[in-house]
Design a protein around this ligand. Structure first.
Ligand code: PEP
Ligand code: MG
Length: 875
């Protein structure tokens, strides 16, 4: 049998998301639940993939199946596509497996032409409605399918309103709209050099193709990369009988959430507009009414609406985001999906759903996106500063958080200035999907128009960026780049501060403070800790970072980069002295200066971490980062060391490396200069003894040797560590356990991990270097060309951010297995950046690592991701 590419809503269900997309699967599910859904069919994601496989053409067999399902839809509705008595009109909408708000394109009122529009006018006795629908269709089809700029149509509309002296679209009558349709047709012909297509079948196939095409548009690609959605998923297309919210005063349309998506409050939340079509609500051109108002306006409909909302939430066991339309006093649901929500709302909803008995803790854990926690871990405004500041304006609190930056007036400008290191706030009349990159780059987003469901609000919430929307008091001049409010004008050089939780806008830079974990956040984190098997440590090099990490729930330090302790101004001279030393004697003199500082550092860490494990990684400096560069610095150091300027300059030049990342770093330094490893061992052991004596903490230091590729080099350095530790322990007359392990960050070490495990009591995967060396591109330079790889779809993700599971991951898994084969109780962890990436954390869980280690601010994210991994794949 031929492959089935098209499904009626009555043929699918919620479990078919991969094939029908989220929207299609849920329309099918709602149909089977008996909820009033305008009927239709879904063209599958496989048809989209086939479109791309076939070189961006829609296959004849797909067209045939669409036409045949159209016939069935005609039977179901009792209307006929293109018929001049009872015309069937449809909407065409995209719907991928994961929702991609604002990314894909929609066409409404398809099936209209000069004949069917008359039929609609006659049937409804409402020519204004018919022509309003028609002008919308022409504009949308021309824009989305044929690439004629929407603005050109809007200009004609504005011109007509101006001529008539009216402000609202709804003030235009049937004749005006008819005239407008004529102007639209002329415009189309002028732009495209041909007449507007009047054959509904052709309109339909062109529209389906346009949706497929939009899957690959630049903004969809950006969104996918940000949200980790593979391009191989494809999008489905939903073709659905139109119902009309713009038929008059007993018709309307709206969007609703079963709970408040900003706060999580358990109360239906939504907005609607009477006598309007879907895009009017979202576009933010007219300001919608709050949903409560519907209770007064149409009590019966409101009751039915609330019943359905409750049914859907119970059915999906999650907060729902729904679109509905009222046509002549009859209610229809056009879509439902699990609603996007702020991080605060996500936590409250997850905890409430458990308390209400709707979810288990395991189910609730899966409802919070770990990446979203980020927003809660970023600073809020300092209360005192806030109390003393007066807002200059107030908009809608569309996405919480605090943002402060200089004003950028276009997305492009925001992107460029942020790339140059500036903090900016993006200020726009309203945002559109083209603005996505600027929105990502900005600290916060402020719009003049639009409600809580406007593009800016929805997208900002999804990204966790602070957003104040619909701030109508602002007069924004996008051309001259000024914002004026209450007679005061702000330019690109001025600061704004936005409070996304209150909607307040401040005309000054406000201070921010660090967040804390409490309330629902704490409850959910405690559940995550009960569930997860994988431990979470932090990468921290100072007591301050270590303290932050413990506050965020870190169970130890997985990586203390000792070279980071050397950057401080009062130390750098001694470190430079050590690096440029020509003799062991000179080097030992410099190391003697460093020893007490290192010891103090470690004491600070141990005291902060109490008895939690602390892994101290021996020196691994790319040398060039430490050497003095300018003559002044060289002169000062030469004087300090009793050398001439020329002598020292020559030494520095001799240390120059062509590829410092693969140079004299890591354990190679200790092989050349064992006295460095001696000094560090002494500092580690003496600190542990001192903290044991003073505080009674039983510290078991974990000494980690970096950049090992050969067992003999590990053994060489380890022997120095063991001999020095023995000496220090004896000198102090105490007992102290410690461990020596290594990083696995060179492919050769992964290949020979069974050998290396003979000398290593633990492995920590340094996936930053392992990625660099497996791919063979520099972690410092790859950013410059990876963009080309994303555009050409060679790589979809930055392998330095998300572990390349099939390549680098294979090395990690293999090394873990080899390590265990030699030493069954070997401790296994990861300390590359990937330890804070949710999908990489899941991978680490699945291959049986003991812990992940990530930056302090990512610890909560890793705790949650680890719990999710356990729920999905128990071990
Ligand atoms: C690594 O290479 O993954 C690692 C953690 O070490 P560094 O980033 O310090 O090279
Ligand atoms: Mg490394």
């Amino acid at each position: 049998m031929d492959k089935k590419f098209v499904y009626l809503f009555s043929e699918g269900n919620a479990s078919m998301k991969n094939l029908l997309g989220g929207k299609g699967a849920n329309l099918a599910e709602m149909t089977s639940l008996g909820i009033p859904v305008p009927q239709g069919f879904t063209v599958t994601t496989e048809a989209c993939n086939k479109y791309y496989e076939d070189g961006k053409v829609i296959a004849q067999e797909v067209i045939n199946q669409i036409e045949s399902k159209m016939k069935e839809l005609e039977n179901i509705t009792g209307k006929e596509f293109g018929n001049v008595e009872k015309p069937l009109l449809v909407s065409v909408r995209s719907g991928a497996r994961a929702s991609m708000p604002g990314m894909m394109d929609t066409i409404l009122n398809l099936g209209l032409n000069d004949d069917t529009v008359e039929a609609m006018a006659k049937l409804t006795g409402n020519p204004r409605f018919a022509y309003d629908s028609y002008r919308r269709f022409i504009q949308m089809f021309a824009d989305v399918v044929m690439g004629v700029e929407k603005r050109l149509f809007e200009d004609l509309m504005d011109k007509m309103k101006e001529e008539k002296g009216v402000h609202l679209d709804t003030d235009l009558d049937a004749d005006d709209l008819k005239k407008l349709v004529g102007q639209f047709m002329e415009l189309y012909k002028k732009e495209k050099g041909e007449d507007f297509p009047t054959d509904p079948k052709m309109q339909l196939i062109e529209s389906v193709t346009a949706v497929f095409r939009s899957w690959d548009n630049p903004r969809a690609n950006v969104y996918r990369r940000l949200n980790d959605i593979p391009s191989s998923w494809g999008t489905a297309v939903n073709v659905q009988e139109m119902v009309f919210g713009n038929k008059g005063e007993t018709s309307g349309t709206g969007v609703a959430f079963s709970r408040n998506p900003a706060t999580g409050e358990n109360k239906v939340y939504g907005e609607y507009l009477m006598n309007a079509q879907g895009e009017d609500v979202v576009a933010g051109i007219r300001t919608p009414q709050p949903i409560d108002h519907l209770e007064e306006q149409m009590p019966e409909i409101y009751k039915q609406f609330v019943d359905i909302v409750n049914t859907l939430e119970k059915h999906y066991k999650d907060m729902q985001d729904m679109e509905f339309t009222i046509e002549d006093g009859k209610l229809y649901f056009l879509q439902t999906r699990n609603g996007k929500r702020t991080a605060q709302a996500a936590l409250k909803i997850a905890v409430d759903l458990v308390e209400e008995g709707m979810n288990t803790k395991e189910e609730a854990i899966l409802k919070v996106d770990p990446k979203q926690l980020d927003t809660l871990l970023h600073p809020a405004f300092d209360q005192e500063g806030l109390d003393n500041a007066t807002p200059i304006a107030k908009g809608l609190p569309a996405s919480p958080g605090a943002a402060c930056g200089k004003i950028a007036f276009t997305a492009e400008e925001a992107k460029d200035r942020a790339a140059a290191g500036e903090k900016v706030v993006l200020v726009r009349l309203e945002t559109s999907p083209e603005d996505i990159e600027g929105m990502v780059a900005a600290e916060g987003i402020l719009t003049v128009r639009g409600g809580m469901t406007s593009h800016a609000a929805v997208v900002a919430r999804g990204m966790g960026t602070c957003c104040v929307a619909g701030c109508g008091e602002l007069k924004v001049d996008e051309v001259n780049k000024t914002v004026t409010v209450n007679g005061k004008t702000y330019t690109s050089n001025d600061y704004l501060s936005l409070d996304g939780s209150t909607g307040n806008v401040y005309g000054e830079a406000l201070n921010t403070v660090a967040p804390e974990i409490s309330g629902h956040f704490e409850t959910l984190m405690n559940w995550a800790d009960e569930i997860r098997a994988l431990k979470v440590r932090a990468n921290a090099d100072s007591p301050r970072d270590a303290k932050q990490a413990v506050e965020f729930g870190a169970e130890g330090i997985g990586l203390c980069r000792t070279e980071h302790m050397f950057f401080a101004e009062d130390r750098i001279a001694a470190v430079r002295e050590m690096i440029v030393s020509k003799s062991e004697e000179q080097r030992r003199k410099a190391l003697d200066k460093i020893l007490p500082m290192q010891r103090e550092d470690f004491i600070g860490l141990y005291e902060t971490m109490e008895e939690r494990p602390v892994t101290i990684r021996f020196l691994d400096p790319p040398l060039h980062e430490f050497l003095p560069q300018i003559d002044e610095e060289i002169k000062a150091l030469a004087k300090e060391m009793g050398l001439t300027f020329e002598e020292l300059k020559a030494t520095i030049e001799s240390l120059h490396e062509f590829n410092p990342m693969m140079g004299h770093r890591g354990c190679r330094l200790a092989v050349s200069y064992p006295e460095i490893a001696e000094m560090q061992t002494r500092a580690v052991i003496e600190a542990a003894i001192q903290v044991k004596n003073n505080k009674g903490f039983n510290i078991v230091p974990e000494i980690m040797i970096p950049l090992v590729g050969e067992i003999k080099e590990l053994k060489y350095v380890k022997d120095i560590v063991v001999a020095t530790a023995k000496k220090v322990i004896e000198e102090n007359g105490v007992e102290l356990d410690y461990q020596v392990g290594t990083m696995i960050e060179i492919p050769r070490a992964a290949l020979l991990a069974d050998e290396i495990a003979k000398e290593a009591e633990f492995f920590s995967f340094g996936t930053n270097d392992l990625t660099q060396m497996t791919f063979g591109f520099s972690r410092d330079d790859a950013g410059k060309f990876l963009q080309d790889y994303y555009e050409k779809k060679i790589y979809e993700q930055d392998p330095f951010a998300k572990l390349d599971q099939s390549g680098v991951g294979q090395l990690v898994q293999m090394a873990a297995e080899k390590g265990k084969a030699t030493r069954a109780n070997i401790k296994l962890g990861i300390c590359g950046e990937h330890g804070g990436d949710p999908s990489s954390v899941e991978f680490c869980h699945n291959i049986g690592l003991n812990y992940v280690s990530c930056s302090p601010f990512r610890v909560p994210l890793a705790r949650l991701a680890a719990a999710q991994a356990q729920v999905k794949n128990k071990r």
